[in-house]
Design a binder for this molecule. Structure first.
Ligand SMILES: [Zn+2]
Length: 169
């Protein structure tokens, strides 16, 4: 099933998501649906709150279907190590059409559970590092715009409010 992507303004995006405690077929189906929804929306990462599900699940594929081994499902992820700093343009499926430069760690290690509930670690640089941080932020109710200047963020929110009024958001 392909879910529509929830856009900025919906409180689910700014609510910390609940941990997963049951690793069953329902969870596996939801993760498959999240990958499908992410690919349909042309994204390289998706967190469950972005489909309106307030649970600590994220999917990432920075190769966008090129490499099946790059498909990562993270249940209850936590960032356990970061290194370096790098600025790069960042966007979010929940804030379509917007992109802003965000400074984040260059190298990141996350610890998460897989679909069987087993713990694993994943380390990534550059785009994967950025995706791990961006998606984990989502699960904590945080959007990438919390990392940009208040001035830029206010400008963006003004544009969004205008689009909402016009029924285009
Ligand atoms: Zn996002």
């Amino acid at each position: 099933m392909i879910y529509p992507i929830v856009k900025f303004g919906d409180p689910v995006l700014e609510t910390p998501a609940a941990p997963i405690t049951t690793f069953d077929d329902k969870l596996r189906e939801l993760v498959e649906d999240m990958f499908e929804s992410m690919y349909t929306a042309h994204g390289v990462g998706l967190a469950a709150p972005q489909i309106g599900v307030s649970k600590r699940i994220a999917v990432i594929d920075v190769t966008f279907k090129e490499d099946p081994a790059a498909k990562i499902a993270l249940i209850n992820p936590e960032i356990i190590h970061t290194e370096g700093r790098i600025s790069s343009n960042e966007g979010c499926l929940s804030l379509p059409e917007f992109r802003e430069k965000v400074t984040r760690a260059r190298s990141v290690t996350a610890r998460a559970q897989n679909l069987q509930g087993e713990f694993f670690e994943v380390t990534g640089d550059d785009l994967l590092a950025r995706a791990l941080l961006h998606e984990t932020d989502h699960l904590n109710g945080k959007l990438y715009i919390s990392h940009i200047s208040a001035l830029k963020r206010d400008m963006m929110k003004r544009k969004i409010r205008k689009l909402m009024k016009q029924g285009e958001w």
